[in-house]
Write a protein that binds this ligand. Structure first.
Ligand code: TEU
Length: 540
């Protein structure tokens, strides 16, 4: 089957924050249906829906209690079917979020498994304590430890994420069969694949104590091991290979080598994956402790991954990350210019580009002023831990401001009107006050807007085979400049990026294809955050 997913631009919707149509303050499927023409006009070819399944929303849907039903807040299964039908008519492929490392503790399987004699007991990882202690010393992704004691069954269960997200036990063949059935259910409905949530931690090689670490003690026992590779090959063999679909993995803490093995087409596991190294260049060990963002380091990591993998899934933001224009650009002095520069960079790289809702209009980090406004379980846990560790309140709040996931989850800014046109009710999460300036309606008819530029750049990529599938060659990476080429046979496109708020200079030849500024030709001068694409002959 042709890898059509390599020729399309993908867009991620966080449904809870996208468009509410029934006034309950939560985005819904009818809202997504309403906005499909907007996505078509943007040039989107793949739509990734973050979870819309039934869930108690401890982790906003990444804690699933029924994989085959739609959460009533989002709508009904018939509305889901309608969304799929309309998307197909617009030639937009829809992929679902496959969250199979864990379920919700309100899933029937888990409720059953609390009975030690239940056939579902082995669907999860239950262990007795040791001398009144937890089964091991592992720590979770959400700043807690990894074991929760269940009074009823007198044992602990493992959870790498929140205590309401118990890990599934992949040593139990029934679990893998259940996952295959869930995948088939959605593929037979017409979805075109899956974004596989933290897919490289699902096999726990051992439950032994881990080496004490600042974060994720115990990770050596579950990160990207043979068990995970085998499960991925089995899912490919028994399910994915039967459908015209793709699987993109979210793979935490992978190296270029381990990522290559997970996404090498000849191994039949993932078709591509989201890595994190470029998203951690401004972190000190963990994302909550930040250092100054350095474009050179960021671009060096990107260049490394461009050649390390046969194919990448490229992204600069998602529902877990701060907004890219605030983090990698300059949302105060060069908002539009740096948003356009990031657009050129993302859409000029080799690999499938993933745009996150609101990125196309330059949405920024939130303007919250208090923890009362924070909803994300990860942020709430981290703030509680930082308080226990006596980290000063001002610094605790700075940690949340700079790295909290709610930065990306404020409702989509459709207009300057009430609630940014997101909802007629009270939004589940605060609306950014800058929606009066940054919104779709204001940009839709403005030829100089960030939105207009995304439409232009996506159109260029959708019609330029060299940009979609040419080889990547790094030319120059310095404190302010990132220059690379996309090459196919005798043709090449040179991408010159001034990754700074100062004017720059880089001499390069070629016909000007596009600039983030109005210009008719390229004389080597670069305005602040200017990016240009030049087409020419490949002599090298
Ligand atoms: O995220 C995996 C994960 O580890 C995230 O916490 C991410 O590493 C971190 O927040 C990035 O800074 C996936 C989902 O994307 C996330 O929304 C879920 O909370 C998590 O898995 C559990 O399902």
């Amino acid at each position: 089957m042709k890898s059509w997913w390599r020729d399309r631009v993908a867009y991620q919707i966080y449904p809870r924050s996208f468009q509410d149509t029934d006034g309950n303050g939560i985005g819904d499927l009818r809202g997504i249906i309403k906005r499909l023409p907007y996505l078509k006009e943007l040039g989107i070819g793949i739509l990734w829906l973050s979870p819309v399944y039934r869930s108690p929303n401890d982790d906003n849907g990444y804690d699933i209690s029924d994989y085959r039903s739609i959460h009533p807040d989002f709508g009904t299964m018939s509305e889901m079917d309608k969304l799929l039908q309309l998307a197909e008519k617009l030639d937009i492929k829809v992929i679902m979020d496959l969250v199979i490392n864990h379920t919700s503790d309100e899933h029937e399987w888990f409720k059953e498994s609390r009975n030690p004699d239940s056939p579902y007991r082995d669907y999860y990882i239950w262990r007795p304590g040791k001398n009144g202690k937890k089964p091991n010393n592992w720590t979770s992704f959400f700043a807690e430890d990894c074991w929760e004691f269940d009074e009823r069954s007198g044992e602990y269960f493992l959870h790498l994420f929140s205590k309401k997200q118990p890990d599934l036990n992949y040593r139990n063949p029934k679990v893998i069969e259940e996952v295959k059935d869930i995948m088939r259910f959605w593929l037979e409905k017409g979805v075109a694949g899956f974004r596989c949530d933290v897919i490289n931690v699902i096999w726990k090689e051992s439950l032994a104590n881990g080496r004490k670490r600042f974060i994720l003690t115990g990770r050596e026992h579950y990160l990207t091991n043979d068990g995970t590779h085998e499960i991925l090959r089995e899912l490919r063999r028994d399910v994915l290979s039967q459908f015209d679909c793709f699987a993109v993995g979210e793979t935490v803490m992978v190296t270029p080598k381990s990522a290559f093995d997970l996404s090498d087409p000849s191994r039949g596991e993932l078709d591509m994956l989201f890595s994190f190294e470029h998203m951690d260049t401004d972190s000190i060990i963990v994302k909550w402790f930040k250092k100054r963002f350095k474009p050179q380091k960021f671009c060096e990591v990107i260049a490394k991954w461009q050649t390390a993998l046969e194919w990448n899934a490229n992204y600069f933001e998602n529902h877990d990350q701060p907004r890219s224009v605030s983090r990698f650009g300059d949302d105060q002095n060069f908002h539009d210019e740096s948003a356009r520069m990031l657009c050129v960079l993302l859409l000029s790289l080799r690999g499938t580009p993933f745009i996150y809702q609101g990125q196309e209009i330059g949405m920024t980090d939130f303007d919250f002023t208090s923890m009362d406004q924070i909803r994300d379980v990860e942020s709430l846990n981290v703030y509680r831990l930082a308080t226990r560790l006596h980290i000063p309140k001002s610094y605790r709040w700075k940690m949340i401001l700079r790295s909290g996931r709610d930065n990306a989850r404020t409702p989509m800014q459709w207009s300057a009107g009430k609630n940014a046109g997101f909802s007629t009710g009270t939004p589940w999460l605060g609306i950014n006050g800058n929606h009066t300036k940054i919104n779709v309606e204001a940009q839709d008819k403005d030829p100089n807007s960030v939105l207009a530029f995304y439409r232009k750049m996506i159109r260029l990529r959708n019609h330029n085979k060299l940009l979609r599938s040419g080889a990547f060659r790094s030319v120059e990476i310095s404190r302010k400049l990132f220059v690379f080429e996309r090459i196919h046979d005798k043709e090449k496109i040179t991408v010159v990026i001034n990754f700074s708020g100062n004017p720059g200079r880089y001499n390069a030849s070629g016909k000007l294809l596009l600039s983030t500024y109005e210009r008719i030709d390229y004389d080597g001068s670069l305005a602040p955050y200017e990016a240009v694409l030049l087409s020419g002959r490949n002599e090298g």
